[in-house]
Design a protein around this ligand. Structure first.
Ligand SMILES: [Zn+2]
Length: 300
Protein backbone atom coordinates (compact mmCIF):
# COMPACT_ATOMS: atom_id res chain seq x y z
CA UNK A 1 0.00 0.00 0.00
CA UNK A 2 1.47 3.31 -1.02
CA UNK A 3 1.14 6.31 1.23
CA UNK A 4 -0.52 9.32 -0.31
CA UNK A 5 1.81 12.32 -0.73
CA UNK A 6 0.79 15.48 1.06
CA UNK A 7 -1.07 17.69 -1.36
CA UNK A 8 1.05 20.81 -1.94
CA UNK A 9 -0.88 23.98 -1.19
CA UNK A 10 -0.26 27.37 -2.75
CA UNK A 11 2.73 29.34 -1.52
CA UNK A 12 3.09 30.68 1.16
CA UNK A 13 0.56 28.65 3.16
CA UNK A 14 2.04 25.17 3.20
CA UNK A 15 0.82 23.02 6.04
CA UNK A 16 3.87 20.83 6.08
CA UNK A 17 6.65 21.52 3.64
CA UNK A 18 8.96 18.53 3.25
CA UNK A 19 11.98 19.05 1.03
CA UNK A 20 15.01 16.89 0.47
CA UNK A 21 18.57 16.76 -0.78
CA UNK A 22 19.49 13.47 -2.40
CA UNK A 23 23.13 13.00 -3.43
CA UNK A 24 24.53 9.88 -5.11
CA UNK A 25 27.72 8.56 -3.48
CA UNK A 26 29.62 8.30 -6.76
CA UNK A 27 32.22 10.68 -5.34
CA UNK A 28 32.75 13.26 -2.59
CA UNK A 29 30.53 16.34 -2.44
CA UNK A 30 31.55 19.02 -4.96
CA UNK A 31 30.66 22.70 -4.93
CA UNK A 32 27.64 22.21 -7.23
CA UNK A 33 26.19 19.69 -4.78
CA UNK A 34 26.86 21.98 -1.82
CA UNK A 35 25.08 24.76 -3.71
CA UNK A 36 22.11 22.44 -4.35
CA UNK A 37 22.05 21.41 -0.69
CA UNK A 38 21.98 25.04 0.48
CA UNK A 39 19.28 26.12 -2.00
CA UNK A 40 17.01 23.20 -1.07
CA UNK A 41 17.71 23.84 2.63
CA UNK A 42 16.92 27.57 2.49
CA UNK A 43 13.75 26.96 0.49
CA UNK A 44 12.56 24.34 3.02
CA UNK A 45 13.37 26.58 5.97
CA UNK A 46 11.73 29.63 4.36
CA UNK A 47 8.53 27.57 4.58
CA UNK A 48 9.33 26.44 8.16
CA UNK A 49 9.59 22.97 6.66
CA UNK A 50 11.63 19.82 7.10
CA UNK A 51 14.82 19.24 5.12
CA UNK A 52 15.67 15.58 4.59
CA UNK A 53 18.87 13.97 3.37
CA UNK A 54 18.62 10.83 1.27
CA UNK A 55 21.59 8.87 -0.02
CA UNK A 56 20.88 7.58 -3.52
CA UNK A 57 23.12 4.51 -3.36
CA UNK A 58 21.23 2.30 -5.81
CA UNK A 59 24.12 1.78 -8.21
CA UNK A 60 26.92 -0.05 -6.35
CA UNK A 61 29.21 -0.39 -9.42
CA UNK A 62 29.33 3.42 -9.71
CA UNK A 63 29.73 4.02 -6.00
CA UNK A 64 33.02 5.34 -4.62
CA UNK A 65 34.18 3.61 -1.43
CA UNK A 66 33.87 5.95 1.53
CA UNK A 67 31.74 8.50 -0.33
CA UNK A 68 28.63 7.96 1.81
CA UNK A 69 30.48 8.80 5.04
CA UNK A 70 32.35 11.65 3.41
CA UNK A 71 29.17 13.26 1.99
CA UNK A 72 27.29 13.08 5.29
CA UNK A 73 30.27 14.43 7.22
CA UNK A 74 30.80 17.20 4.68
CA UNK A 75 27.16 18.30 4.96
CA UNK A 76 27.37 18.30 8.74
CA UNK A 77 30.58 20.35 8.70
CA UNK A 78 28.63 22.90 6.65
CA UNK A 79 25.81 23.06 9.21
CA UNK A 80 23.48 21.00 7.02
CA UNK A 81 21.84 18.31 9.12
CA UNK A 82 18.90 16.17 8.06
CA UNK A 83 15.76 16.83 10.12
CA UNK A 84 14.94 13.11 10.07
CA UNK A 85 16.95 9.90 9.83
CA UNK A 86 18.87 9.68 6.58
CA UNK A 87 17.24 7.31 4.10
CA UNK A 88 19.50 4.95 2.14
CA UNK A 89 18.14 3.69 -1.17
CA UNK A 90 20.26 0.54 -0.91
CA UNK A 91 17.91 -0.60 1.90
CA UNK A 92 14.71 -0.03 -0.08
CA UNK A 93 14.68 -3.05 -2.45
CA UNK A 94 11.62 -4.71 -0.91
CA UNK A 95 9.67 -1.48 -1.17
CA UNK A 96 10.81 -0.89 -4.78
CA UNK A 97 9.71 -4.42 -5.71
CA UNK A 98 6.31 -3.76 -4.13
CA UNK A 99 6.00 -0.63 -6.22
CA UNK A 100 6.90 -2.59 -9.36
CA UNK A 101 4.19 -5.14 -8.47
CA UNK A 102 1.67 -2.33 -8.07
CA UNK A 103 2.61 -0.86 -11.45
CA UNK A 104 2.51 -4.33 -12.99
CA UNK A 105 -1.01 -4.86 -11.66
CA UNK A 106 -1.98 -1.55 -13.29
CA UNK A 107 -0.70 -2.86 -16.63
CA UNK A 108 1.96 -0.14 -16.86
CA UNK A 109 5.00 -2.38 -17.35
CA UNK A 110 6.51 -4.87 -19.73
CA UNK A 111 9.66 -6.94 -19.90
CA UNK A 112 12.19 -6.01 -22.55
CA UNK A 113 15.21 -8.16 -23.47
CA UNK A 114 16.33 -5.84 -26.29
CA UNK A 115 19.88 -4.74 -26.80
CA UNK A 116 20.74 -1.07 -27.32
CA UNK A 117 21.14 -1.78 -31.02
CA UNK A 118 17.66 -3.26 -31.26
CA UNK A 119 16.25 -0.35 -29.30
CA UNK A 120 17.67 2.08 -31.82
CA UNK A 121 15.00 0.74 -34.20
CA UNK A 122 11.84 1.61 -32.29
CA UNK A 123 9.52 0.38 -35.02
CA UNK A 124 10.87 -3.15 -34.68
CA UNK A 125 11.14 -3.03 -30.92
CA UNK A 126 7.62 -2.12 -29.83
CA UNK A 127 5.64 -5.00 -31.36
CA UNK A 128 8.10 -7.51 -29.94
CA UNK A 129 8.19 -6.43 -26.30
CA UNK A 130 5.07 -4.48 -25.53
CA UNK A 131 2.62 -7.01 -26.90
CA UNK A 132 3.95 -10.38 -25.87
CA UNK A 133 5.46 -11.92 -22.80
CA UNK A 134 9.18 -12.55 -23.09
CA UNK A 135 10.39 -15.50 -21.08
CA UNK A 136 13.79 -17.04 -20.54
CA UNK A 137 15.86 -14.00 -21.42
CA UNK A 138 17.39 -11.38 -19.14
CA UNK A 139 14.94 -8.50 -19.33
CA UNK A 140 14.72 -4.90 -18.24
CA UNK A 141 11.38 -3.87 -16.73
CA UNK A 142 10.04 -0.86 -18.58
CA UNK A 143 7.26 1.62 -18.08
CA UNK A 144 4.93 2.25 -21.02
CA UNK A 145 4.97 5.93 -21.97
CA UNK A 146 1.56 7.19 -23.03
CA UNK A 147 2.95 9.55 -25.68
CA UNK A 148 1.28 12.56 -24.06
CA UNK A 149 2.75 15.83 -22.83
CA UNK A 150 3.53 16.07 -19.13
CA UNK A 151 2.86 19.59 -17.89
CA UNK A 152 3.74 21.13 -14.56
CA UNK A 153 4.04 24.54 -12.96
CA UNK A 154 7.70 24.76 -12.05
CA UNK A 155 8.63 27.02 -9.13
CA UNK A 156 11.54 28.42 -11.14
CA UNK A 157 10.83 27.69 -14.81
CA UNK A 158 7.10 28.45 -14.77
CA UNK A 159 4.74 26.32 -16.86
CA UNK A 160 6.82 23.51 -18.30
CA UNK A 161 5.77 20.86 -20.77
CA UNK A 162 7.59 17.79 -22.09
CA UNK A 163 6.32 15.15 -24.45
CA UNK A 164 6.80 11.72 -22.91
CA UNK A 165 7.04 9.49 -25.95
CA UNK A 166 9.67 6.98 -24.93
CA UNK A 167 9.26 4.00 -22.64
CA UNK A 168 11.75 4.04 -19.80
CA UNK A 169 13.49 1.49 -17.59
CA UNK A 170 12.44 0.95 -13.97
CA UNK A 171 14.60 -2.09 -13.31
CA UNK A 172 17.66 -2.86 -15.36
CA UNK A 173 18.61 -6.21 -16.87
CA UNK A 174 21.32 -6.55 -14.21
CA UNK A 175 18.68 -6.23 -11.47
CA UNK A 176 19.49 -2.66 -10.40
CA UNK A 177 16.58 -0.25 -9.88
CA UNK A 178 16.42 2.87 -12.00
CA UNK A 179 16.80 6.38 -10.69
CA UNK A 180 13.23 7.26 -11.77
CA UNK A 181 11.65 4.41 -9.82
CA UNK A 182 13.72 4.93 -6.67
CA UNK A 183 13.22 8.69 -6.57
CA UNK A 184 9.45 8.53 -6.97
CA UNK A 185 9.10 5.64 -4.53
CA UNK A 186 11.18 7.43 -1.90
CA UNK A 187 9.57 10.84 -2.41
CA UNK A 188 6.19 9.17 -1.84
CA UNK A 189 7.37 7.26 1.21
CA UNK A 190 9.07 10.33 2.71
CA UNK A 191 5.99 12.46 1.91
CA UNK A 192 8.16 14.98 0.06
CA UNK A 193 6.02 17.96 -0.96
CA UNK A 194 8.68 19.98 -2.81
CA UNK A 195 11.53 18.79 -5.02
CA UNK A 196 14.14 21.53 -5.32
CA UNK A 197 16.95 20.41 -7.61
CA UNK A 198 19.25 21.48 -10.42
CA UNK A 199 17.86 22.20 -13.87
CA UNK A 200 20.07 19.38 -15.20
CA UNK A 201 17.42 17.00 -13.81
CA UNK A 202 14.45 18.67 -15.48
CA UNK A 203 14.19 15.94 -18.12
CA UNK A 204 13.56 13.36 -15.41
CA UNK A 205 10.46 15.19 -14.28
CA UNK A 206 8.08 14.00 -17.05
CA UNK A 207 9.01 10.37 -16.35
CA UNK A 208 8.50 10.88 -12.64
CA UNK A 209 5.15 12.60 -13.25
CA UNK A 210 4.08 9.62 -15.37
CA UNK A 211 4.75 7.33 -12.40
CA UNK A 212 2.73 9.57 -10.06
CA UNK A 213 -0.12 9.59 -12.61
CA UNK A 214 -0.09 5.81 -12.87
CA UNK A 215 -0.07 5.40 -9.08
CA UNK A 216 -2.73 8.09 -8.65
CA UNK A 217 -0.57 9.92 -6.10
CA UNK A 218 -0.30 13.73 -6.12
CA UNK A 219 3.18 14.69 -7.29
CA UNK A 220 5.34 17.13 -5.34
CA UNK A 221 5.89 20.65 -6.59
CA UNK A 222 9.05 20.97 -8.66
CA UNK A 223 11.59 23.74 -8.59
CA UNK A 224 14.57 23.46 -10.96
CA UNK A 225 17.27 26.02 -10.24
CA UNK A 226 20.26 26.99 -12.44
CA UNK A 227 23.27 24.71 -11.99
CA UNK A 228 26.87 25.57 -11.16
CA UNK A 229 29.32 25.38 -14.07
CA UNK A 230 33.12 25.17 -14.12
CA UNK A 231 35.20 27.77 -15.96
CA UNK A 232 34.91 25.70 -19.15
CA UNK A 233 31.13 26.05 -19.03
CA UNK A 234 30.47 22.40 -18.06
CA UNK A 235 28.14 21.44 -15.25
CA UNK A 236 30.13 20.49 -12.16
CA UNK A 237 29.91 16.74 -11.85
CA UNK A 238 31.88 13.74 -10.78
CA UNK A 239 32.24 12.84 -14.48
CA UNK A 240 34.17 16.01 -15.28
CA UNK A 241 36.22 15.67 -12.11
CA UNK A 242 34.76 18.49 -10.05
CA UNK A 243 36.96 19.18 -7.03
CA UNK A 244 35.74 17.88 -3.67
CA UNK A 245 34.53 20.53 -1.23
CA UNK A 246 37.16 21.21 1.44
CA UNK A 247 35.59 20.97 4.91
CA UNK A 248 38.41 23.07 6.37
CA UNK A 249 36.91 26.04 4.51
CA UNK A 250 33.31 25.31 5.54
CA UNK A 251 32.30 28.80 6.68
CA UNK A 252 33.93 30.40 3.63
CA UNK A 253 32.16 27.86 1.39
CA UNK A 254 28.77 28.76 2.85
CA UNK A 255 29.57 32.45 2.43
CA UNK A 256 30.52 31.80 -1.21
CA UNK A 257 27.23 30.02 -1.87
CA UNK A 258 25.29 32.85 -0.21
CA UNK A 259 27.20 35.45 -2.23
CA UNK A 260 26.33 33.55 -5.44
CA UNK A 261 22.68 33.68 -4.40
CA UNK A 262 22.97 37.45 -3.86
CA UNK A 263 22.62 37.14 -0.08
CA UNK A 264 24.91 39.30 2.09
CA UNK A 265 26.03 36.88 4.81
CA UNK A 266 25.00 37.80 8.36
CA UNK A 267 25.31 36.13 11.74
CA UNK A 268 28.49 34.59 13.10
CA UNK A 269 30.92 34.43 10.18
CA UNK A 270 32.74 31.53 11.87
CA UNK A 271 29.67 29.35 12.29
CA UNK A 272 27.91 27.66 9.37
CA UNK A 273 24.63 27.12 11.21
CA UNK A 274 24.52 30.77 12.19
CA UNK A 275 25.27 31.89 8.62
CA UNK A 276 22.54 29.61 7.28
CA UNK A 277 19.87 30.51 9.80
CA UNK A 278 20.59 34.18 9.21
CA UNK A 279 20.22 33.64 5.45
CA UNK A 280 16.76 32.07 5.67
CA UNK A 281 14.85 35.33 5.89
CA UNK A 282 16.99 36.92 3.17
CA UNK A 283 16.50 34.03 0.75
CA UNK A 284 13.79 34.07 -1.89
CA UNK A 285 13.59 32.13 -5.17
CA UNK A 286 13.27 35.48 -7.00
CA UNK A 287 17.00 35.92 -6.32
CA UNK A 288 17.55 33.30 -9.04
CA UNK A 289 14.95 34.59 -11.47
CA UNK A 290 17.35 36.23 -13.91
CA UNK A 291 20.14 33.66 -13.62
CA UNK A 292 20.85 30.99 -16.22
CA UNK A 293 23.78 29.35 -14.45
CA UNK A 294 26.50 29.98 -11.89
CA UNK A 295 30.27 29.68 -12.12
CA UNK A 296 32.21 27.78 -9.47
CA UNK A 297 34.36 30.06 -7.29
CA UNK A 298 38.11 29.59 -7.71
CA UNK A 299 38.68 28.21 -4.18
CA UNK A 300 36.25 25.92 -2.40
ZN1 LIG B 1 12.41 -4.63 -26.08
Amino acid sequence: MLSQGTQGQPDPVISEYRGRFAPSPTGPLHFGSLFAAVVSYLEAKRHHGKWLVRIEDIDPPRELKGAVTSIISCLEHHGLQSDEDILFQSRQSTYYDQMLETLQSLNCLYRCPCSRKQLADTAKHLPICRQQEVEGLPCAIKFKADGKAKVWQDGMLGRTSYLLDEDFVLKRKDGLYSYQLAVVADDIQQRVTHVVRGADLVESTPMQLALYDALEVSPPQYFHFPVVMNEQGQKLSKQNLAKPVNIDNATQNIQRVLAMLGIIPGGDANNCRSLLSNAIERWHPDLLATRKSFVEPAIC
